[in-house]
Every structure is written in C-alpha cells, then in structure tokens.
Write a protein that binds this ligand. Structure first.
Ligand code: HEM
Length: 213
C-alpha cells in the first residue's frame, strides 16, 4: 500500500482521473450531446463536481487518521485544486454562457438572488486557497497562518451546499445528502479538535506569569 500511495504514477493517474469529467463535458459539447439546454447541463454538471471534489478534499484528513495512512496527504492539494478548477469552470459557464459576460447583470444577481450570493461566496473563498496552495506560499506565510487561512475551505463547502439547497425548486434530497456528507466531515474535525489531548493539556496547564522582582 505504501509504495502505491508514494508512487508518482499513482498521483499522475489520479490527476488524469480527475480530468475525466471535464473531458466528458467537452466531448458532449463537441458532439452536441448535452441535452436541450447545454448551458444548464454544464452548470449543473460542473456544480456537482465542485461539491464532490470539496468533499473528497475534506475527506483526506479523517481518512489518513482513521486508516493510519499519512501518505494520503500527498493527494489533498491536487483534489483541492480540482475543486477550484471545476468551480472556475462553473462560474465561467455562468458568466460567459448564461450571462453573456454581462458583469453588471452578474453583480445584480449576486446581490439579489440568495443562491447566487451563497455560490459566489463559496467561490470567492476558494481563490486565496488556490493562490496560496504552493510550497513557496506555505513557507512565506508560515505553517500555522497557512493552516488558518486554508480553513476557509469549510466556508466554501457550507456555502456550496446552501447554494445548492436554495437553487433547487423541488426535491431537496440531493442537497441534503451533500449536507449530510459535509456535516460528517466537518463534525469529525470538531470532535477531533475538542478531544485533542495536546489542546486539553495546554488548557489545563497553569498560566506562568513573569516573577515580579
Ligand atoms: C463553492 C462554489 C459553488 C458550488 C459548490 C456550486 C455548486 C452548484 C451545484 C451543486 C449546482 C446544481 C447542480 C445540479 O443541479 O445537479 C449548481 C448550479 C448552479 N450554480 Fe453553482 N456552485 C458554486 C458557485 C457558483 C457561482 C459562483 C455561481 C455564479 C455566480 C453559480 C451559479 C450557478 C447556477 C446559475 C446554477 C444553475 C441553477 C439552475 O438550476 O438554473 N454557482 N451549483
């Protein structure tokens, strides 16, 4: 297992697998196989993939701890960047095909329609994470500050689910399924944080005050 997870080939294969949804959508667009409303089809398909990749990214930490596979961390950045890639495609399709590059119209939508506000918030929160995803940025920011910034992915995940829940007219069961998955992934972190022995020891330790001379 170790050699598979550490292999650069596994990473390369995963990279290609993550591109399959985009490839299938491009193929569908070329051969005209995107249904009667291709723009809506593309919006829906890319939106679904954003949520799936956000969930996969958030699943890495619990999985590596529960399965005792620390090497899984090698895949987290790639999955997070794919979440951003599909979010960028999703937003670009909305901006370019749905709104015909009408920036004023888009801004009016962001301000007026609550599901667009939520989606836009989720997308905007992902931008600094994608920009600072390199080793250089981790070094420049310092691990602690970088980690704090990257917790913004929790906001993107919640905003994405709220966006989906608000946009569906009927049949909220799929957004609720995503909500359940995100609740488990975020809840696991909350429990791990609350029960972290290091944090509890630090909280119990007597506060040392400098001696007055
Ligand atoms: C974290 C960011 C986002 C996530 C996770 C997300 C997710 C989704 C999902 C899951 C869907 C529905 C897919 C389906 O029905 O199967 C969707 C649809 C849609 N999203 Fe997003 N989205 C995000 C950001 C945005 C942004 C920034 C915009 C535009 C400003 C946007 C505009 C739309 C539109 C127009 C639809 C189609 C609505 C309709 O049914 O007519 N989304 N999105």
């Amino acid at each position: 297992m170790d050699s598979i997870l550490n292999s650069k080939w596994t990473k390369m294969v995963l990279f290609l697998v993550c591109l399959i949804p985009a490839g299938l959508l491009i193929r569908g667009a070329i051969i005209g196989d995107l249904g009667s409303n291709p723009t809506q089809f593309l919006e829906h398909a890319t939106g679904d993939w954003v949520l799936r990749f956000l969930a996969l990214t958030l699943a890495i930490t619990p999985l590596r701890k529960l399965l005792k596979l620390p090497q899984l961390i090698r895949y987290r950045r790639m999955l997070g960047l794919f979440a951003f890639f599909y979010a960028f495609c999703h937003f670009s399709i909305y901006l370019g095909l749905d709104q015909m590059l009408d920036f004023h119209g888009v801004w009016a939508d962001v301000m007026k329609r609550r599901y667009i506000t939520a989606g836009f918030t989720g997308f905007v929160m992902m931008i600094p994470l994608a920009v600072t995803s390199t080793a250089g940025w981790i070094r420049r920011m310092g691990g602690k500050r970088w980690q704090i910034l990257h917790r913004a992915i929790y906001i993107s995940a919640v905003a994405g689910v709220v966006h989906y829940y608000w946009l569906v007219k009927s049949g909220v069961h799929i957004p609720l399924e995503y909500a359940g998955v995100m609740a488990v992934l975020l809840g696991w972190r909350a429990v791990a944080w609350a029960t972290d022995p290091k944090r509890r020891i630090a909280a119990l330790a007597p506060k040392t005050r400098p001696e007055l001379s």
